[in-house]
Design a protein around this ligand. Structure first.
Ligand SMILES: Nc1ncnc2c1ncn2[C@@H]1O[C@H](COP(=O)(O)OP(=O)(O)OP(=O)(O)O)[C@@H](O)[C@H]1O
Ligand SMILES: [Mg+2]
Length: 654
């Protein structure tokens, strides 16, 4: 067996059990803690499959992870590797293709025959099934995987793995082995910063931090008008960073919520220098080299980060340019960067070696107020501490303000069972349209195969079926379905995942074909853009008004029908916040000029422009004889997809 050639270490017992199932060609579901060595199993499947001259698909939930995997796999397997993420298509017919789960699901719906020669599908981080918005995509992807493709499902620790496996066994009538590992190979120690002191266990936290009182919030309330209101001493960042340095617990990932706060904290931490002169020189050289490679040398953020890096500190969040984020990620992987302040997205999958993790707070904004983190979110972040092969131990620091978090809540977060994965099934119109094309009205027969059905009963189960039926009724009422097949409008809509109704209505009214490349680009951007809470209204732009008018009547009709058929959430209205930015970009302006013209961060602008590109691609691929629309979409795409917006260029530069 060529196993020892793939990895330089001996496999753990759980990995050996998994490998045994893989060798027997049996699908499997593996749940293990963060960093235990699940992705190693993906490597194994890939190696074996390619050796047998068969094909394999690897799916990941976030593009940063897909890109990292593309690089890793390419290093081993050269041009046998391809990638399709919506942003990027390289070598799509390669024997190993990395896909986003969305693209895999779409391929299943559009033409499963294209997957005839694939032997395995790997779902990394499959607990995404539980994501309120995207979870349905995982459910559909599993459900529609054909019998000849084996599944390797890799999940963080969840309590109901056996149930999920039973669902797959049931619907596919195939064996699925379950392998669960509870043990974390690198032990984790939890510490607390409270009253500006680092305390080492819960008992000490209760006594010294909480002064023996559980809920300070209630106490504070009672003392509001008195003079004895207890006040906690503020936790100082420098005190914590000094502790981490002296205890040799660096490098550290510091998780916080909010982009501005991440930046502010990084600057504050940079008051201390965490590097020796040698380390500083090496890190600066690495950084300068990476900035050159990603064409960021003149970028303002790069210059600011250069100063932080000089102290061994950086920040990382979704508002930054994707190329800038990648530079920081690589500096961190080098282990010379000692302290990175980041938001939650950093917790996912990418292999980032840290010795310690800090959670700035245990509560985050949720709905109107603040809610305690979920146990699974906590584990995902905490699990980043202590990398196998690099550290003997990992350390998690929780920053506690007793006025904001009760002692019992701290206990709960540390000891609760992770939340089970629940179905989020809510098939998009495009999914239903694609299924209707193949199955006609009998498509509803697949409902009993969903995880949703499997996990519910009685009224809830019926509610799920009813919602799907009402969506089909809406599609019939609006002229997307006719008899046992799709109308031309339905056919067009089936290609427009996520924005199917508005685009199909506009197209049916012949309103897309009349748009030149610029208005088309501005409209696509408005369709994908979702303003963050508290974003001010958009500045006016000549095209915004005209395009908003164009959408008004179709949107009204859509919302009326969605109300009538009680479908929610309702189709999103276009939001024209990025019109100026897109206008400038289409006129070849430098990227740095755009941020002045909108209330979005650089990273957001790139993300939405890339999404607009994706939508334009869908327009180009949609069936129909509208050559003018196709030509204009292509022109728009060419002009948008350049420089930092071009995801493929980023991948190739690296
Ligand atoms: N049996 C092993 N012996 C030694 N090192 C291992 C072993 N298995 C995995 N590793 C190493 O541990 C690290 C983490 O492995 P891997 O990325 O597969 O974990 P994971 O469970 O997928 O983590 P995540 O939750 O971050 O996705 C890698 O550097 C890997 O090479
Ligand atoms: Mg992994």
């Amino acid at each position: 067996m060529p196993t020892d050639a793939i990895h330089p270490f001996a496999y753990d017992a759980f990995q050996r059990r998994a490998i045994d199932a893989i060798d027997r060609n049996i699908s499997l579901f593996v749940a293990a803690p963060t960093g235990a060595g699940k992705t190693v199993l993906a490597d194994y499947v890939i190696e074996q499959t390619l050796a047998r001259r068969q094909r394999v698909i690897y799916t990941a939930p976030v593009k940063a992870l897909s890109n990292q995997k593309f690089r890793d796999f390419t290093a081993h397997h050269g041009d046998q590797v391809g990638i399709m993420t919506g942003d990027v298509t390289i070598n799509p017919t390669a024997p190993l293709v990395i896909m986003t789960t969305e693209i895999y699901r779409n391929t299943l719906l559009e033409g499963v025959e294209r997957l005839a020669r694939y032997a395995w599908i790997i779902f990394d981080e499959i607990h995404y099934l539980d994501d309120p918005e995207r979870g349905t995509v995982w459910e559909e992807a599993i459900l529609f995987t054909p019998p000849h493709i084996n599944l390797l499902c890799l999940s963080a620790t969840i309590p109901n793995v056996e149930e999920l496996a039973r669902w797959i066994r049931d619907v596919h009538q195939r064996p699925v082995e379950v392998i669960e590992e509870a043990h974390r190979p690198v032990p984790l120690t939890t510490l607390f910063q409270c009253q500006n002191t680092v305390v080492k266990d819960l008992e000490e936290l209760r006594k010294a931090g909480y002064r023996g009182r559980d809920d300070w919030a209630r106490l504070s309330h009672r003392y509001r008008y008195g003079h004895h209101r207890p006040m906690a001493r503020a936790n100082r960042l420098h005190a914590l960073v000094e502790h981490l340095r002296d205890a040799e617990h660096l490098p550290c990932i510091f998780f916080t919520f909010g982009r501005r706060r991440a930046e502010d904290l990084a600057w504050e931490a940079a008051g201390l220098s965490l590097l020796s002169p040698d380390e500083r020189a090496t890190l600066q050289a690495t950084f300068v080299d990476l900035c050159e490679r990603f064409q960021l040398s003149k970028d303002r953020t790069a210059q600011a980060l250069g100063q932080l890096l000089d102290r061994g500190v950086a920040y990382h969040h979704a508002g930054m340019l994707p190329t800038m984020k990648e530079v920081i990620e690589r500096c961190f992987t080098s282990r010379l960067l000692k302290f990175i302040v980041t938001t939650e997205t950093f917790a996912l999958g990418i292999n980032m070696p840290a010795r310690s993790v800090v959670l700035d707070t245990l509560k985050k904004r949720s709905g109107g107020g603040y809610a305690l983190l979920r146990r699974r979110e906590f584990l995902q972040m905490a699990g980043r501490a202590g990398r196998r092969g690099m550290d003997d131990a990992g350390f998690v620091y929780l920053r506690i303000n007793p006025q904001h978090v009760a002692f019992s809540e701290v206990q709960q977060l540390l000891t609760a069972k992770p939340e089970p994965v629940h179905s989020r099934f809510n098939a998009a119109y495009a999914t239903l349209l694609n299924l209707y094309r193949h199955h006609g009205p009998s498509l509803v027969e697949f409902f009993p195969h969903t995880l949703y059905y499997f996990q519910t009963s009685g009224a809830r189960r019926q509610a799920g079926l009813d919602l799907m039926q009402r969506k089909l009724d809406l599609l019939t009422a609006m002229g997307y379905l006719s008899g046992t097949t799709l109308t031309a409008k339905g056919e067009f809509g089936s290609w427009m995942y996520g924005h199917e109704l508005l685009l199909a209505e506009l197209q049916a009214r012949q309103q897309l074909a009349g748009l030149g490349p610029l208005p088309l680009a501005v409209l696509m951007t408005a369709i994908v853009y979702e303003p963050r809470p508290a974003t001010p209204p958009p500045k006016s732009h000549r095209l915004s008004k005209q395009l908003a008018q164009l959408c008004a009547e179709p949107l009204l009709r859509i919302h009326k029908e969605e109300t009538r058929f009680r479908v929610s959430p309702k189709s999103k209205a276009p939001a024209f916040h990025l019109s100026h930015a897109m206008d400038l970009w289409m006129q070849n302006a430098p990227f740095a000029a755009l941020t002045k013209h909108c209330d979005a961060d650089e990273g957001e602008i790139v993300r939405y422009f890339r999404m607009a590109v994706q939508l334009l691609r869908q327009l180009m691929r949609a069936p129909g004889d509208d050559e003018l629309l196709r030509a204009n979409a292509e022109k728009a795409l060419r002009r948008i997809n350049r420089d930092v917006v071009d995801a493929e260029a980023q991948l190739r530069l690296g």
